[in-house]
Design a protein around this ligand. Structure first.
Ligand code: NAG
Ligand code: NAG
Ligand code: NAG
Ligand code: NAG
Ligand code: NAG
Ligand code: NAG
Ligand code: NAG
Ligand code: NAG
Ligand code: NAG
Ligand code: NAG
Length: 263
């Protein structure tokens, strides 16, 4: 087409160009977004549904979550590594950004004896207020005259090991904590019936696990609009069945208004 022709009869060409742009835009908008599909929630078989900010390696894509929330499935259990320790994720409460974990070693060993305190290090996690310290004392030269959770598997007649909530109680009963070689504090979510707690043994208490909360971009407004959260170029986005929208640009009743879609 030469310039002269174009200037003489601009209308059909412009309409044609507009039509091509319009139809490709419509096709583009209506095609399912592969990122939305990639971030469908999964379970490991047992345990909770895994979705943003958590993601399962390799079932989901890294852009579906945050690197500190990477879950690996082991024997149908979702496992999260925090400061080099593996934890089974027993439940996730997306509504209040909290989750319940138990040290995986507690399920693997017949005599789980943690040797270091739980460290959250450089993670976006915090201990919930519902945990109480379960203090494990190892290699004590005498046994307290006070009800404790016995660690029979780590004790003999000269080296006693036991665990207790509220270790202050021992000192109040004149037990010298310096008779013990080491102490490890394990947080335990104690929101259970107190009587049942007293009936449990040491391993059962550790299996109850502890609660953590997390800080990450909130996904609830995206999910209310049937989107799935994730990342694009390190920026938080909401993936829709069609195409990604930045944050809450499509708030309200303007579903289908493709003019404000940003790609
Ligand atoms: C996971 O989500 C699906 C679909 O929303 C639901 O049917 C299922 O009960 C959920 N499973 C768990 C363990 O919450
Ligand atoms: C979060 O919500 C769940 C379910 O509603 C509740 O059981 C749990 O106590 C809450 N956790 C925190 C830390 O608020
Ligand atoms: C664990 O933390 C307690 C204080 O909370 C401390 O007394 C103890 O020495 C620590 N244990 C280890 C093994 O670091
Ligand atoms: C953990 O909680 C403390 C005090 O509530 C706060 O200062 C800190 O920023 C929190 N850390 C994270 C990662 O949210
Ligand atoms: C997590 O719990 C701590 C208290 O342990 C609280 O200060 C913080 O606000 C909570 N964070 C979130 C995101 O709920
Ligand atoms: C208990 O004592 C034995 C022998 O002295 C030692 O090998 C072991 O590491 C001690 N355990 C703890 C948890 O301190
Ligand atoms: C008791 O256990 C400790 C450490 O676990 C060990 O060093 C010690 O030899 C044991 N004593 C007896 C009498 O078995
Ligand atoms: C607490 O747990 C014990 C033992 O599991 C049970 O017998 C008792 O009825 C429970 N009490 C309440 C108030 O739920
Ligand atoms: C704790 O109780 C469970 C079941 O109630 C039992 O299978 C386990 O052997 C007990 N562990 C110890 C160390 O007594
Ligand atoms: C936000 C946050 O805590 N990010 C952490 C994620 O984990 C890496 C180590 O794997 C830390 O360096 C980050 O600080």
């Amino acid at each position: 087409m030469d310039l002269q022709n174009f200037s003489v009869s601009p209308k059909p060409s412009l309409i044609c160009i507009f039509f091509v742009i319009f139809t490709s835009l419509v096709n583009y908008i209506l095609s399912p977004d592969p990122k939305f599909q990639a971030c469908v929630p999964y379970t490991c078989g047992d345990g909770p549904n895994i979705s943003y900010p958590f993601w399962i390696l390799p079932k989901q894509e890294p852009f579906c979550g945050n690197p500190n929330f990477t879950i690996i499935c082991k024997d149908k259990n979702p496992v999260l590594t925090i400061s080099n320790d593996d934890y089974i994720v027993k439940d996730i409460f997306y509504s209040n950004q909290s989750f319940l974990v138990a040290n995986a070693a507690v399920y693997e060993n017949t005599c789980p004896a943690p040797l270091h305190n739980v460290s959250l290090g450089q993670t976006p996690f915090n201990f919930s207020l519902y945990n109480s310290d379960f203090s494990i004392f190892y290699n004590c030269s005498s046994k307290p005259y006070y009800p404790v959770y016995e660690l029979d598997c780590a004790s003999n007649c000269t080296h006693h090991s036991f665990a207790i909530f509220h270790k202050e109680a021992l000192e109040l009963h004149n037990y010298l904590l310096k008779l013990c070689r080491s102490l490890v504090d394990v947080p335990v979510d104690v929101r259970v019936n107190f009587t049942s707690l007293l009936l449990m043994n040491y391993t059962e208490v550790l299996k109850m696990g502890f609660s953590l909360n997390w800080s990450a971009h909130d996904c609830s407004s995206c999910e209310r609009r049937n989107g799935r959260c994730g990342f694009k170029n390190n920026e938080f986005v909401c993936f829709y069945h069609d195409r990604p929208h930045l944050k809450t640009c499509n708030d309200g009743n303007s579903e289908g208004n493709f003019l404000i879609i940003i790609e």
